[in-house]
Design a protein around this ligand. Structure first.
Ligand SMILES: C[S@@+](CC[C@H](N)C(=O)[O-])C[C@H]1O[C@@H](n2cnc3c(N)ncnc32)[C@H](O)[C@@H]1O
Length: 244
């Protein structure tokens, strides 16, 4: 069973945490720019939260892919309840055979940190590359591998706690997350650490140019609010982008 099958509903509810809108969503859409009419592949789409937002932001064809059958069930249920024209496939992104060069943009929100090894990261990135037309972009979020937690680090006011090894992590070490949703419900999952340079090297090997960590940005209406200071000083997650 995929890790997210058991926590799919709780994970979807975590999209109501304030950082999701003020930082995650704002940073992603700033990085994407104008996507009107573009064909988008949303790899590791989960329950389709961003798949739907991408479509609502004017994207043309939008396809979500996720390894978790439960996540895809939630995404399809939402599409049935409120049809937007998004399609969903339950597949492992490492083996996914995309329509060649069909996508203008691949969005991969929190996929790459599930690779766990350079070889598997290269497999994920080859799928992204093969899906993209020349000049197309890969954009997403990732665990902040520039600042791995030593032991447990809490971002309590944002609903996030992370635990890593007490010494510098090795490639493939688990980074555990515990989320506390706005209703107080807690749930856990983990991703697998890889060094920042592994991401750079794998992207280069797969023919991406200008792989960059973008950090995070705060939506303008919140910029005077000191609530966000700790998040911005030490972001638990970061955005990235690369161009084919
Ligand atoms: C943190 S969730 C993010 C979901 C969604 N992108 C979002 O931001 O709301 C990570 C997702 O990655 C998916 N995932 C992990 N490994 C995967 C793989 N090999 N192929 C496809 N999806 C994968 C999980 O099932 C889960 O839905």
């Amino acid at each position: 069973m995929a890790q997210y099958d058991a926590i799919a509903e709780a994970y979807q509810d975590s999209k109501q945490l304030p950082f999701r809108k003020a930082i995650e969503r704002y940073t992603l859409f700033e990085a994407l720019g104008d996507i009107r009419g573009l064909t988008v592949l949303d790899l590791a789409c989960g329950g389709g939260f961003y798949t739907r937002l991408l479509k609502r932001s004017g994207a043309g064809r939008v396809t979500g892919v996720d390894i978790s059958a439960e996540m895809i069930r939630l995404a399809r249920r939402e599409e049935e309840r409120d049809p937007l024209g998004c399609s969903y496939l339950c597949r492992d992104a490492a083996d996914f055979e995309p329509e060649p060069e069909a996508a203008d943009v691949v969005v991969a929100m929190y996929l790459l940190h599930y690779a766990g090894s350079r070889e598997k990261l290269v497999r994920f990135l080859r799928v992204c590359r093969d899906a993209l037309r020349a000049g197309g972009r890969l954009v997403g979020f990732n665990d902040n591998v520039m600042r791995p937690p030593r032991g447990t680090v809490s971002w309590r006011q944002y609903g996030i706690e992370k635990t890593g090894p007490l010494s510098a992590p090795d490639e493939g070490d688990p980074i555990r997350y515990r989320f506390t949703n706005p209703d107080g419900r807690q749930f856990e999952f983990h991703n697998l650490f890889l060094k920042p340079e592994t991401y750079h090297d794998a992207c280069r090997e797969c023919g991406f140019r200008d792989f960059r960590w973008l950090g995070v940005s705060l939506e303008p209406g919140e910029r005077e609010n000191p609530f966000w200071d700790d998040f911005l000083d030490n972001p638990p997650v970061v955005a990235y982008s690369a161009t084919k």
